[in-house]
Design a protein around this ligand. Structure first.
Ligand code: GLA
Length: 782
């Protein structure tokens, strides 16, 4: 709902939040309130900033009202030059070399449609938009601020458009997507930072006077600092308290800033990173910022995450795969790397089918002479030595097994050793003067060049028609460097943004041509995990790190801003290639089951024991797929600080729920546990059961010998190996019927953890280092 009240006070209301702003009599926009929903009323003067006599040493905006210091007031969008000394949201340079601006309120309108942002993806769906227009008559420019209200998920999105109405060009050096000034408070910023195989670790920054800022200048949204961030108030935690969440619908260089001013106000901004940004805005042209996403919750960080999750599911992901259950896939990358032939691939696919998988994905290495990562990107011609019947023949054989077929591509790249590079060396991003820096032995194509964009669209159209392809993994494995375009009209200050506009043009064209292909984005794992890409490609390879312990951190961190329906999670081999840590097959599944499940290991070499476990896992996942992929996700406990954490996914009608219980390090004799739930219906009774997990006698070592009259040699004995493969011990069984009220208040006490003084089969809870359980709750039927 959007109320336009008297005195140009605007009240945006979602299901549980209110956002209030007004045009000051002087023309600037004041941020009045953003938080828990309040009733609309005629009179909001109680929220107006009170300034009667001004402040010495301030620079009042005008001699007409010397009490108004812009430095002391909460503003919706600020610029430099009129006495606000915090970082501005806008920095422009006029043709007369002037960088002072003064944008003042002109009009405001409410519409039922959402203005399209030129060249950029953005959210969609039922919503209303407030457009506030500010004008700087001296500069000759109009600033349009868009506020779109998504009531269902408590999200307000913002974007800005600058329109040049003068006769001269204007240089835009910085134009943030949004600015929000909040009142004095005790704030902590949560950012999600990392690197390759360590994406989106949560970090907390107490906000103190000064600027806390993060962003990316690598050309992508990056694995270094994800564009999503949160700001919590006081003692807010997962389950209670007030907090804000922010994101940006953008895949390129971004920035977010939180500035606590000397007067105690908190300024938050996000948008395109101003590093080397200089956009020449010609007369009559406009520039649109990416869309910024804001939410507020008074139900703790889980409330904030659930708002963001619903927003992504309903208003970002679109098309054929929106809210559709995703297939369980087997991918050959970690099984074969580049070393495969058709026979090997068909063997893996057949085994995948026998285990219950639904989609086989052929990863890197199928084209050109690509037997390592040093060549052939750009030469999208099937390697007939490896695949004599081509992609078409292979896809047919895989389809005949009853599996869908998917393929890997990395279209934005070119290897210096490729026919494409030899034909068009200047299509690669590189300067004329420096030896180009390579990343993974490759260069990036210049997507600011329309010829390159057209080439990629055509080349990929051909590839996607090579056979019956139902899934594409779209990879992007390096960062930009040596940024320079050989296009005739190129301006380097526009490069980074135009690169992303080129990418969106490609994604837009291909997803329109191939609406039913399931696209998964990937960038050495999660280097481009952002809302811009999710507008086109509905899921993303969360990380190249498939070690389950690391994945708990990565997936927990990712879950603050993104739903499990965009995160792909694969069971891989052990020890993990990322850190050589050993882990059990059941634990690897439990971690991967809380999102889009796949297997990324050589299923043909799995032990008998593991095959039996995997079959059961896939059956279990299929039974609960809807819940696991699209249910409402919560975190209980914080794995970044605690030894144990739980994830819980509950169906929207609260008739069923799944809990993942994860332990980092097992601690001997640490006493008993209590397991508490959240998000259930207090009125309902639930049947609880543990997922039956298998474990091998190898896990219990010498204890196997305790009851036996003759000891088995654990090192040498064939009998022991035979038993280890065939004897399938089962984890403890716990079955209870308990009311939702009790499960959320008292929880239940599970069986005693294993201790040396007595192991009882089927009763003792054996939890190894980095181990887990899954508990399934179903509403009790009458
Ligand atoms: C990247 C991806 C991997 C795999 C390889 C192939 O590293 O993240 O999953 O596809 O490329 O080269």
């Amino acid at each position: 709902m959007i109320y336009c009240n008297k005195d140009n006070v605007f009240h945006l209301q979602t299901k549980d939040t209110s956002y209030i702003l007004r045009a000051l009599p002087s023309g600037q926009l004041e941020s009045m309130y953003y938080g828990k929903r309040i009733r609309n009323r005629d009179d909001f003067t109680f929220l107006y900033d009170k300034h009667e006599c001004g402040y010495s040493n301030a620079s009042p905006r005008s001699q007409k009202d010397t009490s108004l210091s812009l430095d002391h007031i909460a503003l919706e969008y600020s610029a430099y030059g009129k006495g606000d000394y915090r970082l501005p949201a806008m920095d422009v340079l006029a043709a007369d070399d002037n960088f002072t601006t003064d944008f003042l309120f002109s009009t405001a309108t409410v519409s039922d449609y959402k203005p399209e942002l030129h060249g950029l993806p953005s959210s969609y769906g039922e919503s209303k938009t407030l457009t506030v227009i500010l004008e700087d008559k001296i500069l000759g420019a109009e600033l349009q601020l868009f506020y779109t209200v998504f009531e269902d998920c408590n999200v307000i999105t913002r974007a800005a458009r600058l329109l040049n109405k003068s006769k001269n060009p204007i240089h835009i050096k910085e134009l943030m997507s949004m600015q929000l000034d909040l009142q004095r408070g005790d704030y902590t910023m949560l950012t999600f930072d990392g690197a390759w195989i360590r994406e989106r670790y949560k970090h907390e920054h107490k906000l103190l006077p000064g600027v806390t800022s993060f962003g990316s200048i690598s050309g992508a949204s990056s694995n270094r600092h994800n564009p999503f961030f949160a700001v919590k108030v006081g003692s807010c935690d997962e389950l209670q308290g007030e907090c804000y969440g922010f994101n940006l619908v953008y895949s390129g260089n971004h920035i977010a800033r939180a500035e606590v001013s000397t007067h105690g106000l908190l300024r938050i901004q996000n948008g395109i990173n101003p590093f080397e940004f200089d956009w020449l805005l010609e007369p009559d042209k406009s520039f649109d910022t990416p869309e910024s996403v804001l939410t507020f919750s008074d139900k703790g960080l889980n409330g904030m995450s659930q708002n963001m999750h619903l927003f992504v599911k309903e208003h970002i992901v679109r098309g054929f795969w929106k809210n559709k259950e995703r297939p369980i896939l087997v991918n050959n990358w970690e099984a074969t790397y580049f070393n495969f032939n058709e026979k090997k691939i068909l063997g893996i696919a057949q085994e995948a089918k026998d285990l219950g998988a639904e989609l086989f994905v052929l990863d890197d290495g199928w084209f050109g002479k690509r037997n390592n990562d040093k060549c052939s990107l750009g030469d999208w011609v099937v390697n007939k030595k490896k695949l004599p019947s081509g992609i078409d023949g292979l896809a047919k054989k895989i389809n005949a097994m009853g599996l869908k077929f998917g393929l890997w591509v990395e279209p934005e790249m070119v290897s210096p050793d490729s026919d494409l590079y030899r034909a068009h060396p200047n299509w690669a991003i590189k300067t004329d003067t420096y030896e180009p820096t390579q990343g993974r032995n490759q260069l990036v194509l210049d997507l600011t060049n329309p010829d390159v964009v057209e080439y990629i669209i055509n080349a990929m159209t051909d590839v996607f028609r090579y056979g019956h392809i139902e899934y594409i993994k779209w990879d992007y494995n390096r960062q930009l460097s040596d940024v320079f375009s050989h296009r005739k009209d190129a301006r380097s200050g526009e490069f980074f943004h135009r690169f992303i506009l080129g990418l969106y043009e490609i994604w837009g064209a291909l997803t329109e041509k191939f609406p039913e292909i399931l696209f998964e984005s990937c960038s050495s794992g999660g280097n481009r995990f952002d809302l811009g890409s999710f507008c086109y490609l509905p899921q993303c390879w969360t990380s190249d790190d498939t070690d389950p312990l690391e994945r708990i951190y990565i997936q927990s961190g990712t879950s603050y801003g993104y739903p499990q329906s965009v995160m792909t999670m694969h069971v891989a081999c052990t020890p993990s290639f990322a850190c050589l840590r050993q882990s059990g097959i059941e634990h690897r599944f439990n971690v991967s089951a809380f999102g889009l499940l796949g297997y990324e290991l050589d299923v043909t070499t799995l032990s008998k024991f593991d095959k039996a476990a995997v079959k059961k896992q896939i059956e279990f996942y299929k039974q609960h797929r809807r819940l696991l992929q699209f249910g409402e996700f919560s975190r209980i406990g914080d794995f970044f600080t605690d030894n144990i954490c739980k994830w819980q996914i509950t169906s929207p009608d609260k008739s069923e729920s799944m809990m993942g219980y994860f332990i980092n390090r097992t601690i001997p004799n640490w006493g008993n546990d209590v397991i508490r739930f959240t998000d259930l219906d207090a009125e309902k009774d639930y049947d609880i059961s543990t997922r039956v997990q298998l474990f091998s006698i190898r896990n219990i070592g010498e204890i196997i010998n305790t009851p036996l009259p003759k000891k088995i040699d654990l090192e040498e004995s064939k009998l022991y190996d035979f038993l280890a493969e065939t004897v399938k011990l089962r984890c403890e069984k716990e079955n209870y019927t308990i009311g939702g009220d009790a499960l959320m208040a008292s929880g239940f006490k599970p069986h005693q953890p294993f201790v040396l003084s007595g192991y009882k089969p089927g009763v003792s809870r054996i939890l190894l280092d980095t181990d887990s359980r899954m508990y399934y709750l179903k509403e009790k039927s009458e």
